[in-house]
Ligand binder design. Sequence first.
Ligand code: URA
Ligand code: SF4
Length: 261
Amino acid sequence: MTEGVDRRREEMLREMGISPLWRLRAAAAAPGVLEPVVDSGAPLAQILTAAEPQPIPIAASSRTAATVAAVDWPALKSCVAECTACGLHKTRNNTVFGVGDERADWLIVGEGPGADEDALGEPFVGQAGKLLDNMLAAIRIKRGANVYITNIVKCRPPGNRNPQPAEAGACSPYLKRQIELIQPRLIIALGKVAAVNLLGRDASIASLRGVVHDCRGIPLIVTYHPAYLLRTLPDKAKAWEDLCFAVTTMQSLQSAQSAAT
Ligand code: URA
Ligand code: SF4
């Protein structure tokens, strides 16, 4: 491992506010940790051959889907604020639309609002959100600047249960439209619910990590959900590898784009 890479790793660890546990485990895993799974020099087309293009599973209500498919940001926000398309509207205090740069390169997709998010109407503002902010800071990303953060469902599932497939399906036109409007370069799916819904197939996070998938033509990387990482510290090192992989993938995408223009 080169000195430069070592230094970058040290900086990342510091910024992530990572405990010594992470530092030790990351060091133990050192030989592979910063190796991108896909060579960053590989052409984009080659990177994407690893992917299996799958549509976002689509909406229960085709009327909602058709309306939402053409709206602009203000109309999309109103649609979500007034939405009663699934049962989650009955128990929500606030819808949680999403936050950030509406033309961001990075799109982060979580599962659904928790209690804190439901109270404030903003995604990832509780404990998991603090970890997410640290994870993003580690790769030099700050909430609001070149990143957009949202969830599969915009209303809180009661008791923090997983959203049911019908709820995720009912909510999917909103996320689909957000993706179309943002046109991110790279999507990061946080956790299994986000991954399964965005990729349209059931698989474990372990089997989906380390590969650039395709979500309607947009590269997508899967990592662990920060709430899971708070409960399962050893997997933080893997999440850190995923972030490194995301950075090298973004660099490849940016150089592929500048070579094309
Ligand atoms: N967990 C999520 O998946 N999303 C949030 O917004 C907060 C916690
Ligand atoms: Fe509508 Fe989505 Fe909320 Fe369900 S979760 S009520 S589909 S905004």
